[in-house]
Design a protein. Sequence first.
Length: 264
Amino acid sequence: METSNKIIDLSISGIKYGALLPVTDLNKLSQKLYYYNTIPIPLNQRAAQWGHDSIFSADKLQVKIDALLKDYWTPIVSNKSTYWLSWKPQKVAVADIGSDACTFKLYISPHIDDYYAVFYEVIKALTGANVYCFKTGNNYHGISRPDKFVVYFDNFEDLKSSAEKIYNQTKSFSAQGVPFTAPIFDTLMLSWGIDPPSRKKDPVSWRIWITKELAAGIIEGKKMLVTKPWQYALQQIKQKGFKTETWEPDETLFAGHQHKKHIA
């Protein structure tokens, strides 16, 4: 399969990696795919935990970042999340994303060395935008993973508008890249996905959904003794409503649920 986009190339590499692993358990293989392209972190940082008030204490941009957050953003405190720190705009642009609607997600993936500098540019770009909320990892484990920033929108137009601003401000920084997401521009810094609509208390995320589907396809392909199980996995998710050429969900994938944008 020939590709020419950095995010798509990364995703294909991730599937090939998964197909080489001697793992037959669906959940274990799915996890291996989900955490593909995570950066190892120093042993002395693995126990560190941050809060909304202390995450930037070690960086020279602390004062500027804290000022922006204090003036325009409100921390979201949740007993459910032990892995993320989240904020929402003080002037609410999107009151809620209904359970029957798709949640559009912008992934921002700087290399860990440029994490703070990109965070500053991100919150500048998002301030005043039609954003539901954004989150980032609450420790080094969180910011070593590729999807270290996630921004939530209720439509694709607002997502793309914010992505363009962020793209223009982060071109000079090094990127990590989030596998199993759809590209925006030809960069590893930005990509997107859609959380399936759910009326359940614990909705399924895009990357969890797709890595489970890919893992199932790889395992099934191996059982059938196909030559390239990773290609078989791609063929299987294409049949379920996934555009393997662009890594976007097809319009039929979440048929019957509310869409606020025609996905091209």
